[in-house]
Design a protein around this ligand. Sequence first.
Ligand SMILES: CCCCC/C=C\C/C=C\C/C=C/C(=O)SCCNC(=O)CCNC(=O)[C@H](O)C(C)(C)COP(=O)(O)OP(=O)(O)OC[C@H]1O[C@@H](n2cnc3c(N)ncnc32)[C@H](O)[C@@H]1OP(=O)(O)O
Length: 292
Amino acid sequence: MAGIYRSTRYVLQNAFGSRSLPGAVRFYSQKPDPAPLINVDVDSKTGVATVTMNSPPVNTLNTPFLNEMGGVIKELEKNKTRGLILTSSSNSVFSAGLDIMEMYKAPRDQMAVFWTTLQNTWLSLYRTGIPTVAAINGHAPAGGCLLALSCEYRVMVGPKFTIGLNETQLGIVAPPWFLICMREAVGPRQTELALTSGKMFTATEALNIGLVDQLVSNKEEALAEAHKFIARFAKIPPLARKLTKEFTRQEGIKYMEEKMLDDLETFVDVASSPSAQKGMEMYLEALKKKST
Ligand SMILES: CCCCC/C=C\C/C=C\C/C=C/C(=O)SCCNC(=O)CCNC(=O)[C@H](O)C(C)(C)COP(=O)(O)OP(=O)(O)OC[C@H]1O[C@@H](n2cnc3c(N)ncnc32)[C@H](O)[C@@H]1OP(=O)(O)O
C-alpha cells in the first residue's frame, strides 16, 4: 500500500507547475479557467496579496482546489510577496472544509491522492515565510478552520459566523496536525474540550478562547486589519522572521515531514471504514435536507 502512496506523492509533487507573474498586479492561478477557484490580487504599493477563495457554493477543499492553492502559494513565494491575506468571495462561508464527496464512497487510491494534496498544500501554507492572515468572513468548520489556523493571525467577522473543528460530530477524527494547529492557538485544555465535542464556536466565543485574534463587523474591516498586521513586519528582516516562524511551528512541520505516509495510511483506513462512511452518508443527507 505504501508503494502506491509514495508514487502518488511523486506525481502530485511534480504536478505543482508554476508560472511567472508578468509584473502585473493581478493574476489568476494556474489553469486558464474562466472561473478560477482562487483569485489573487497583489497590491502594487504594499506587495500584499489578497487570496480569495472562489469556489461556490461553499469553498469545499477538494483536489483541484487544493492543487490550485498550492500553486498560488508557490507563485507568491517566488515573487517575494510581502503578505498573504486569505479570504472568501462568499458572503457567508469562509470554507466548508474538506469536500466530503472526496471521501464518501471514493476508491482508496482517489482518497490517497486527495489526502496527499491536502497534506502538501497545508504544509506550504503553514510554513511559508510570507506573513499570513485569515480574514474569516463566513463560517469556517473543520478544514475551513484548519486553513484559518494555519495562518499567523485571524481576523473574524462577527457576530453571526462560526468556526471550529467539528469532526467528531461527523463521526470522523481530526488528525494530529489539525489538533496541533488548534493547540498552538488555544492551548491543550481548550483543544481537548473543543475537539472531543466537535464544538463550533461563535465569533465571540472564538475570540474569548484565542481561536481568533480580532473581531470586526464586516469584510472590509477584516481586510484593513489584516493589512495592518502584515505592516508590523515591514522592518523585520525576512530571514529572521521566517526562521522564527519555522521554529515556533516545528511540531506541526516535523509531524508532517516525518509522518506523512503513516498519516495518509491512517486516513484512508479510517475514512473508508464502514462506520466513517455511514457517518458521512448521514451527514450528507442532513446537509441536503437542510438546503431543500
Ligand atoms: C489520524 C488520521 C485520522 C483520519 C481520520 C479520518 C477522516 C477525517 C479526515 C479529515 C477531517 C475532516 C475535515 C473536514 O473538513 S470534513 C467537512 C466538515 N465540514 C462541515 O461539517 C461543514 C458542512 N457544511 C455546512 O455546515 C454548511 O454547508 C455551511 C458551511 C454552514 C454553509 O451553509 P449554507 O446553508 O450556506 O450552505 P448549504 O449547507 O446549503 O451547502 C450548500 C451545498 O454545499 C454542500 N456542502 C456543504 N458542505 C460540504 C462539504 N464539506 N463537502 C461537500 N459538500 C458540502 C451541501 O450539501 C449543499 O449541496 P447541495 O447539493 O444540496 O446544494
